[in-house]
Design a protein around this ligand. Structure first.
Ligand code: NAD
Length: 290
């Protein structure tokens, strides 16, 4: 397949490399990142998109996605698929899909979960919004770049699934970290705490698969001085998106709001920048109730 790939950063680079390794012809464009081996460098986003059957974007935010869409939609062939895999606000995802469909294109919003490791190993999960026809066309590419693709409904629903999942993740990570810090102060050994909770009703992905306490449970960024992993800034981005969405549809999300506020303070004024999102545990360790 002829594929255009725009945004070849930490995630997009290895995703494009996997498409090349599977035998696809990929033309890439990025403002700064180098082209992975085998990806043909295009002079502009429009040049990467021209003549492609599928154009994939992997960009930092909704504003940049909208700007890139303005450039590539007019350049794409009718019937081609615009697949955005960035994590952006639901509103931008729907606006870009409407713009693409009005121009005779198919559109899919398909954010991913699995991080840079998943992008490199081809084990991402894709959560997709768009028509059946659009999803069917890009599913074989998702199968190369990932291990699972779920069609979540019409345009924007992929982003909706992503921010709901990550709102749960942010909240459970905070709950897990504050419980470890409370256990410390109560004199409960961390290993005992893990052994109980990981097999009791408090278990979660945060506790069992990404244990935030060094030397306990699953091997995780906590065992590597909280180097990301999944950076606290990226968690904050996703929690902001979930609050933006909740405000737009008048949904009551008090725990999501509390998680957003905690990660905002952590990143902006408590040294959380550049740390994994599980570094909430050392944050709680140092604090009292005041
Ligand atoms: P990144 O910053 O490494 O990559 C983004 C790339 O987009 C950069 O190389 C940048 O130069 C390029 N870019 C920016 N504006 C551009 C433009 N106008 N035209 C062409 N290229 C442009 O970010 P990333 O970690 O690869 O994340 C990409 C997206 O994936 C984000 O939306 C992020 O939220 C999401 N995501 C990231 C992770 C992760 O663990 N890194 C996990 C899941 C989802």
């Amino acid at each position: 397949m002829k594929i255009g790939f725009i945004g070849l950063g930490n995630m997009g680079g290895p995703m494009a490399a996997n498409l090349v390794a599977a035998g696809h012809e990929v033309a890439g464009f990025d403002l700064a990142a180098p082209m992975p081996e085998g990806v043909t460098k295009a002079g502009s986003a429009a040049e990467a998109a021209r003549g492609a059957e599928v154009v994939i974007t992997m960009l930092p935010n909704g504003k940049i996605l909208r700007a890139v869409a303005d450039e590539i939609v007019p350049a794409m062939d009718k019937g081609a698929v615009f697949a955005d895999c960035s994590t952006v606000d639901v509103e931008s995802a729907r606006a870009v899909a409407d713009q693409a469909m009005a121009a005779g294109l198919l559109a899919v919003d398909a954010p991913v979960s699995g991080g840079v490791g998943g992008a490199t190993n081809g084990t991402l999960t894709f959560m997709a919004g768009g028509s059946e026809e659009a999803f069917a066309k890009v599913e074989p590419l998702f199968d190369i770049m990932g291990q699972k693709a779920v069609h979540c409904g019409p345009s924007g629903n992929g982003q909706a699934a992503k921010i709901c999942n990550n709102m749960i993740l942010g909240v459970t990570m905070i709950a897990t970290c504050e419980a470890f810090a409370l256990a410390d102060k109560l004199g409960l050994d961390r290993q005992a705490m893990y052994d109980v909770v990981s097999t009791s009703s408090g278990y979660s992905w945060s506790m069992n698969a990404y244990t935030p306490a060094p030397g306990i449970g699953a091997t995780s960024p906590a065992d590597n001085d909280y180097k990301p992993g999944f950076a606290a800034e990226l968690m904050l981005k996703d929690l902001r998106l979930s609050q933006q969405a909740a405000e737009a549809v008048d949904a009551d999300t008090p725990m999501g709001l509390a998680a957003r506020n905690l990660y905002e303070a952590f990143v902006e004024s408590e040294g959380g920048t550049g740390k994994d999102f599980s570094a909430m545990l050392p944050r709680f360790e140092k604090r009292g109730r005041g």
